[in-house]
Ligand binder design. Sequence first.
Ligand SMILES: *Cc1c(COP(=O)(O)O)cnc(C)c1O
Length: 415
Amino acid sequence: MNAEEQAARIKTLDAADPLAHKRDEFELPSETLYLNGNSLGPLPKSARARVQEVVDRQWGQDLIAGWNKHGWIDLPFSVGDKVAGLIGSATGQVICCDSISVNLFKLLTAALRMREDRTVVLSQKGNFPTDLYVAQGVEKLLGNERCSLLTVDESQIREALTEDLAILLLTQVDFRSGSLLDIEALTLAAHEKGILVIWDLAHSAGVIPLELDAWQVDFAVGCGYKFLNGGPGAPAFIYANRKHHDGLVQPLQGWMGHKAPFEFDECYRPAQGVAQFLCGTPNILSLAALDAALDVFDGVDIVALRHKAIQLGELFLELVDGSKALGEFELLSPRAANERGSQLAYAHPQAYAISRALNAEGVIVDFREPNVLRFGFSPLFLSFEDIRRAVERLCYVVTEGIFEAEVHQERKKVT
Ligand SMILES: *Cc1c(COP(=O)(O)O)cnc(C)c1O
């Protein structure tokens, strides 16, 4: 295909994009090509307006009355119910609070108590480190006679499901390669062996169709600041299937998870259901931002988001494949679109310097150790033309050797 035909095709794709109008709902610097919505979603205009309102009027004028007057106290639940709509959950099973790491601790310890005759927690090799760190921490805390972590390659998970396992703790989308696990099939296979499942949906929620209730998932966690665009450090969420609400016990017992926090009872009595997963006072500014950010999803079908994310990724893949200048980029993601999430990862010996040079050129991407460039395709605000321009700038950075400049070699604290 020549350049003209390609330009025409990209124009057609953008013209036919049913989500194109969503871009206007975000604040994005005009010259920036943001292929990083999978790491930190951009600022929705609705979130900016809400945070201003909460700071200036609610907190500024109404002070402590805000807890009742503006429903601050209910935000973990109401925002949770909005997330529920995006992950195939009925209301009353999702709560927004804390980080994924803290929430995994609560879930893992609670789930282990539900399988007292078993000890093994199975996870995947290469899982996001925090998931493994939390499991290792629980192992240390409870001792190996109550918890022992086992990790296997993704391809070995199925055969590793035995009746010794208490918990299957998996991340659906691999944070490096983007490879995608089948939640429904693995949950079913785990249940056949009496194993409880905890899914990490960090790179799934808001971009991949999920049916947690229909798939009978036990527990899940997910991220507020990635595809949900809730802002830096946005509260994470916990999903706990209603079938487990009775008898649930999690050890981070704080007053907000008490049955009646304002009775100031000296004895802890857990609230019913997901409310028990609250620990301390909710982070209202962040919850308000996430609440407003989720309004961007109003009227949006996740199936359409997934479809566009795949189209964006396929276009990127095709343009990189077709470029001689990018011959040294080694694809680490599954080539089949239905086997990966909304990202593509490439290995390159100069990945770090290329990522810095690209960022300086306005193409914002991630670098991941040891040599991985990660491109995220957030379908709410990216156009097909953005993809074309991003690959064009990538070619420029590589063919002109822009990345070789000393300034691009220096490591930053956050990569
Ligand atoms: C981003 C991410 C997290 C983040 O955890 P926090 O504790 O919320 O910072 C956890 N797990 C996975 C798989 C992630 O991609």
